[in-house]
Design a protein. Structure first.
Length: 123
């Protein structure tokens, strides 16, 4: 689960490396974000000569969490890191051209079809 001040790794080639969540979208009382939820974050570390710079405010979708995800068949899926993908402000399309690492299939069920099609591996 992701909350305010959580540091996440960026799992795409948009230019951002590390981001810090400062708002979970989806209601005023919403505290935690799970896989497939939108967050507003600031870029803490970025690659040089890319479109996203340090201290920029971005929107991202959470793609991996250390907290386990329970599936309807009773199994659990858990990742070793918290990771997100930078998306455009108004749409659910990613700003990057490549996505690194595994992506859970719950992401496709939540409407992020373009991210799921760009992923190397769907778990």
């Amino acid at each position: 689960m992701i909350q305010e001040n959580t540091v996440l790794k960026v799992a795409d080639n948009s230019g951002a490396k590390i981001i810090r969540c400062f708002r979970v979208l989806g209601g005023s009382k919403r505290r935690y974000a799970k896989v497939g939820d939108l967050i507003v974050a600031s870029v803490r570390s970025a690659e040089p000569r890319k479109s996203i710079k340090k201290k920029e405010i971005i929107r991202a979708v959470v793609v991996r969490t250390k907290a386990p995800i329970r599936r309807k068949d009773g199994t659990y899926v858990r990742f070793e890191e918290n990771a997100a993908i930078v998306i455009e402000k108004e749409k659910k399309d990613p700003r990057a051209t490549r996505i690194f690492g595994p992506i859970p299939r719950e992401l496709k069920e939540k409407g992020f079809d373009k991210i799921a099609s760009m992923a190397q591996e769907i778990v």
